[in-house]
Write a protein of this length. Structure first.
Length: 250
């Protein structure tokens, strides 16, 4: 039962939108996805300090939303997509590797997440002892896309943190012991909202940097990262095509 005093709302017409959405954490990926999906980059509406694109009419097509940073903002956007009729969500973000494998430039299907952020606590997740799983159904479609496109299939559990600048060796070791191989700032909160609202959510994460050693290794200018971002855009398009073709996006 949802006993919250403030609830996400939208106009009556907006409640009957697409059942499928892509959430892009970064502005570069949001613009890249819009381009490959033939959406004019300036055809968006303001959406809770982010942008909301829509392709298709009625319940056909999909939403594309972003950028955002951190669990609270991500959760607000997801809540307001769900109230518009979204039932299946693909979240695309950047992550740091905790182990060195996956490596910079690899695109990873997130198998699950542990919550080291505060937003999920408000959706019934008590602490990081609870592992939140992504949608097995959507993961299967992502795996099919990667296989068909010749992109190596890698999966990893995710550590979601609120504190970008507090990824200490002690914390990294702790969450490696919990099974996490990468770290980012939104996924566990998104999964907590998805579980609470009864919708499906999966995530593609591209490795942008490395915190597996004694020093941070940034990979944002690495050719492998640039190539990985191209793979990510192609995967998003193929995922949406597969969802439409099979009717799962409706």
């Amino acid at each position: 039962m949802d006993d919250a005093l403030i609830r996400p709302e939208c106009g009556e017409k907006s409640k009957h939108g697409p059942a499928l959405a892509v959430m892009a954490a970064t502005l570069p990926d949001l613009q890249s996805f819009a381009g490959i999906l033939d959406i004019p980059k300036d055809h968006f509406r303001d959406f809770f300090s982010a942008r909301l694109y829509r392709k298709g009419e009625g319940n056909r097509g999909f939403f594309l939303a972003g950028p955002f940073i951190g669990a609270p903002h991500a959760a607000i956007l997801l809540e307001n997509l769900i109230v518009r009729g979204v039932r299946n969500i693909l979240f695309a973000g950047w992550c740091g590797t905790l182990t060195g494998d996956p490596a910079v430039g690899d695109v990873v299907i997130a198998s699950g997440a542990v919550a080291d952020e505060g937003t999920s606590r408000h959706y019934g997740i008590p602490d990081s002892s609870v592992r939140l799983e992504t949608s097995q159904h959507l993961n299967g479609i992502l795996t099919k896309s990667m296989t068909e496109l010749g992109i190596p299939v890698k999966t990893a559990d995710v550590w979601t943190t609120d504190a970008l600048y507090r990824e200490t060796p002690e914390k990294i070791g702790l969450f490696r012991e919990k099974g996490a191989c990468v770290v980012e700032m939104e996924l566990s909160a998104l999964l907590a909202v998805a579980k609470f609202r009864g919708v499906g959510l999966s995530s593609l994460q591209i490795v942008s940097d490395d915190v597996s050693g004694a020093l941070w290794q940034a990979g944002f200018k690495d050719i492998r990262f640039k190539q990985g971002r191209k793979h990510l855009a192609v995967l998003v398009k193929d995922f949406l095509d597969n969802m439409e073709r099979t009717g799962h996006g409706i």
